[in-house]
Write a protein of this length. Structure first.
Length: 192
């Protein structure tokens, strides 16, 4: 199967029906889940019955153009985590969310920035996307840092959703980041 995306060090491929264990293990690390569930692992049953099936139907819905993609270190084929690029369900196809979740062992290696940069390029040059957005909790500086490094900026503050009120820093809310195609193209013009 052709990869969805390839960068210098990382290959993104669709998840397969047998990949539930990769997701269960990723979501079992409280550090990974800190700003998502307050550190609670995603129950394996939820991964098997809800999470993985919804990823698989997502590929069908968007004809493989968008979705949540498994990330592998190209040199070793080791699983790193996942990245997502997808419209909201039922939303316009020219607005795509960017997201990422990596194994703690692979933080601090620049993978999130490298792949996010490449996903923006794909969104704006191949997929006819007009705006890419991402949302993050106020305390999740690593995630904000990735979006800032690829040129996204805060467009508004967010209230924490009801189902995340137990997460550390929930009272601080979060931020929505965006970058438009025009802003992305502008970044690529060498400054005098
Ligand atoms: C969000 C997350 C993916 C960020 O991971 P990360 O490893 O901090 O981000 P990067 O991959 O861009 O790595 C950044 C650091 O790697 C280091 N690095 C090493 N080689 C690098 C390279 N070639 N390019 C860029 N950075 C590199 C740098 O120190 C860099 O930090 P700096 O820019 O401050 O110097 C990670 O924290 C995570 O998975 N968190 C749990 C899930 C989560 O919260 N997801 C987001 C929900 S909104």
């Amino acid at each position: 199967m052709d990869p969805y995306l390839q960068t210098d060090r990382v290959t993104l491929r669709p998840f397969g029906a047998d990949d539930a264990d990769l997701l269960v293990e990723l979501d079992s690390d409280p550090a990974v889940m800190r700003y998502l569930s307050g550190g609670e692992p995603t129950p394996p049953q939820v991964v098997h019955e809800l999470v993985l099936p919804s990823l698989l139907t997502g590929y069908e819905r968007w004809g493989g153009r968008f979705g949540v993609f498994a990330a592998y270190e190209t040199a070793t084929d080791a699983f790193l985590g996942w990245f997502l690029l997808r419209p909201e369900r039922g939303g316009p196809l020219d607005e795509a969310e960017l997201g990422y979740r990596l194994r703690q062992a692979d933080w601090g290696r620049g993978y999130a920035t490298e792949v996010s940069e490449a996903l923006l390029r794909k969104a704006f040059t191949e997929l006819d996307v007009r705006v890419v957005w991402g949302e993050t909790m106020a305390l999740n500086r690593p995630s904000q840092h990735v979006m800032e490094k690829v040129g996204m900026t805060v467009v508004r503050e967010l209230e924490t959703p009801e189902d995340m009120l137990a997460v550390e820093g929930a009272e601080l809310g979060g931020y929505r980041y965006e970058i438009t195609r025009e802003q992305w193209e502008q970044r690529r013009v060498p400054q005098p």
